[in-house]
Write a protein of this length. Structure first.
Length: 229
């Protein structure tokens, strides 16, 4: 299951989002060594976690802890590639348009998963991005990724680099910006490569009260009663 969280249902996911920000810090800062400006210690919520951000979240089997996540931001507004990493786009201008979204904070907590589980979760998140874009009229996704992960991106989607890879000594890693086309073939590639079933991943926004865990169902009932009053 991949949960989709947006401004329309974020109030039902406050606990999930809180755990997601903590997991992102634990992995991105603690394990990867990222230096992220303007965030709290232990909590990776930055300037690009916005009202118009769409989050994709995988929970563990208890549905209490986030084990993987990613976010999409519209490129017609503030986003990382335009505001922070535009120097990665040396082959063309930063791609911007109503049908182009930026993918960032694509994070999997490998310490919380076995190797096989981590691979499967990563595949489900990637397919979820693709499915959501197909359903939402988003034709392209821009991203900045590790050069070591770029071959995986090429295998999943029609992809072109936006500039050469750039090495960051402080991270001891190279990154490359790219533009990926979201096509039905991308979902098929991911399912075939990682052995997902034809109905995977199942996307849920949990807008139906009966599908909500108890805590979020109670919050939804309270919210509905307040509106009715």
């Amino acid at each position: 299951m991949v949960e989709i969280i947006s401004k329309e249902n974020a109030s039902l996911y406050e606990d999930v989002l809180d755990d997601m920000f903590r997991m992102r810090y634990r992995v991105a800062v603690g394990q990867w060594g990222w230096r992220i400006p303007n965030i709290e210690i232990g909590y990776d919520k930055d300037d690009y976690d916005r009202a118009d951000t769409v989050y994709f979240v995988c929970l563990d089997v208890t549905e209490t802890h986030v084990v993987a996540c990613g976010r999409l931001n519209p490129t017609i507004g503030p986003h990382l590639l335009r505001d922070v990493f535009s120097h990665h786009c040396q082959f063309q201008d930063v791609p911007i348009g109503p049908d182009i979204y930026e993918l960032s904070r694509y994070v999997v907590d490998r310490d919380a998963l076995t190797k096989d589980e981590a691979v499967a979760v990563r595949a489900r998140i990637a397919a979820a991005f693709n499915l959501f874009c197909l359903e939402s009229g988003i034709k392209y996704v821009s991203l900045l990724t590790y050069l070591s992960s770029y071959s995986r991106t090429l295998a999943q989607w029609p992809t072109r680099p936006l500039g050469p890879a750039i090495y960051y000594p402080q991270d001891k890693a190279a990154y490359i910006a790219a533009l990926c086309e979201m096509l039905p073939e991308g979902v098929a590639n991911i399912r075939r490569t990682y052995g997902l079933r034809d109905d995977e991943p199942h996307l849920s926004t949990r807008m139906e009260g009966s599908a909500l865990p108890t805590a979020r169902r109670l919050r939804a009932q309270i919210a509905n009663e307040s509106v009715a009053a």
